[in-house]
Design a protein around this ligand. Structure first.
Ligand code: XUL
Ligand code: CO
Length: 441
């Protein structure tokens, strides 16, 4: 069911339906068929697609060289509450026309921040009530909420890791308000992206204190939300740099180590973002695999970077090969724990038509759908799993098996190796593996 406000913003675009790959309709899904089963679950259940409130309704295309190029019709009113309600109307219209189920938000995406914290809280309550009503009129849900503790200039030296306790307390207040709002909207999860938690220069930075403070903030935020009955998962979203030169949640492995060191591993999992993975010089599937290895693959922020530069360009995903490799990891690890696929992506600065946001999300959803269908075939119809399993068959019996079960000492390995011929070369067959992916795309 399409939900609009008093005014329809995306005139000329109706409900986007699955029409199959032969369709010429640019406003139809070619591969994303929400009800189609893939390895026992529908695509809708696998993906839980979400739109990102900030990119779709707040970011107007400003870059360091010039102001925004979009003029959103929901921003026309001079009254911040009216603007916020119009924005919510536009959001629900986009989500329901796309046939998605979820959105993700930062506190100040929903309504403009005021100079005064308590006035901001009042505004958040008001827009929370308005959105709750819209949720009742539709099936739209909140995948996760978060606090924007990085845009306001008071956070220039960080939020939880700020050297000034006054700013740390302010961040805590904002996180409490964002948690309250997320819970009031029935949010299924809550995200902590590092924002400005990191450093510009080590010379003026006490890493030990800052990491302890960050862990303390996460612990008390967890305790508060649990105390209020929040059952969802908290996600850390790793990113290696930008805005800071070095971000503390550098990549999945770093974040997992941090969570374990501070005893937070039970309540927290990871939200893996494609362009953050590539900024960390990893691939998307590497980050998924590392998170899954620790049982912490919680959610995905879907987008893509640009191979020719080193920024967080947050483009919509279109790379079938990259996403197929990711979907192989996704399916083998049993999907996401609590989260979904949030399009943390923005249309380009010169995409200025109101329907461009539809083309962007259709392309993203179709990329994930085509990739999961390809991954399913690779896992069920090709030699892929067998080829990989066979690479390790020396551990299936004999000394290899004893080694795996912890029965061999280093001296035993010495005995075995000194009494054996030198091991023969066994090919890794990388090109064959790569061709299997191409064959099934
Ligand atoms: C920034 C980023 C954020 C988080 C939420 O790179 O990805 O939008 O997803 O704060
Ligand atoms: Co993100």
């Amino acid at each position: 069911m399409i939900v609009t406000g008093d005014k329809e913003f995306y005139k000329g675009v109706g409900k986007v339906n699955y029409e199959g790959k032969e369709s010429d309709n640019p406003l139809a899904y070619k591969y994303y068929n929400p009800d189609q089963l893939v390895m026992g679950k529908t695509m809708r259940e696998h993906f839980k697609f979400a739109i990102a409130y900030w990119h779709s309704f707040c970011g107007q295309g400003a870059d360091p060289f010039g102001p925004g190029t979009q003029k959103f019709p929901w921003d026309e009113s001079n009254d911040p509450m009216q603007r916020a309600r119009n924005k919510a109307d536009a959001a629900f219209e986009l989500i329901t026309k796309l046939g998605f189920d979820y959105f993700c938000f930062h506190d100040v995406d929903l309504v403009d921040e005021s100079d005064n914290l308590i006035e901001t809280e009042k505004r958040l309550h008001k827009i929370g009530d308005y959105i709750s009503q819209k949720k009742k009129d539709s099936d739209v849900k909140v995948l996760w909420g978060t606090a924007n503790c990085f845009s306001n200039p008071i956070y220039m030296n960080g939020a939880a890791t700020n050297p000034d306790f006054g700013v740390v307390a302010r961040a805590g207040a904002q996180i409490k308000m964002a948690l309250d709002l997320t819970m009031a909207l029935g949010g299924e999860n809550y995200v902590f992206w590092g924002g400005r938690e990191g450093y510009m220069s080590l010379l003026n930075t006490n890493i030990n204190k800052e990491l302890d403070h960050m862990a303390k903030m996460l612990s008390i935020a967890r305790d508060y939300a649990r105390g209020q009955g929040f059952k969802g998962t908290f996600f850390i979203e790793p990113k290696p740099m930008e805005p800071m030169k070095h971000q503390y949640d550098f990549d999945a492995a770093t974040a997992i180590g941090f969570l374990r060191a501070y005893g937070l591993q039970k309540d927290f999992k990871l939200n893996i973002e494609v362009n953050h993975a590539t900024l960390a010089q990893h691939s998307f599937e590497h980050e998924l695999a590392i998170a899954a290895h620790s049982g912490m693959l919680g959610s995905i922020d879907a987008n893509r970077g640009d191979n020719q530069n080193g920024w967080d360009t947050d483009q919509f995903p279109i790379n079938i090969y990259e996403v197929t490799e990711a979907m192989l990891v996704f399916l083998q690890s049993g999907g996401l724990q609590g989260g979904g696929i949030n399009f943390d992506a923005k249309i380009r600065r010169n995409s200025t038509d109101l329907d461009d946001i539809f083309h962007a999300h259709i392309g993203g959803a179709d990329t994930f759908a085509r990739a999961i269908l390809t991954a399913e075939k690779i896992l069920t119809q090709s030699e892929f799993l067998k080829l990989r399993k066979d690479r390790y068959n020396s551990f299936d019996s004999g000394s290899g098996k004893q080694f795996e079960s912890g029965k061999l000492t280093l001296e035993n390995l010495y005995e075995i190796a000194s009494n054996s011929k030198s091991p023969k070369k066994i090919s890794g067959k990388q090109e064959l593996f790569e061709n299997i992916i191409n064959q099934f795309i």
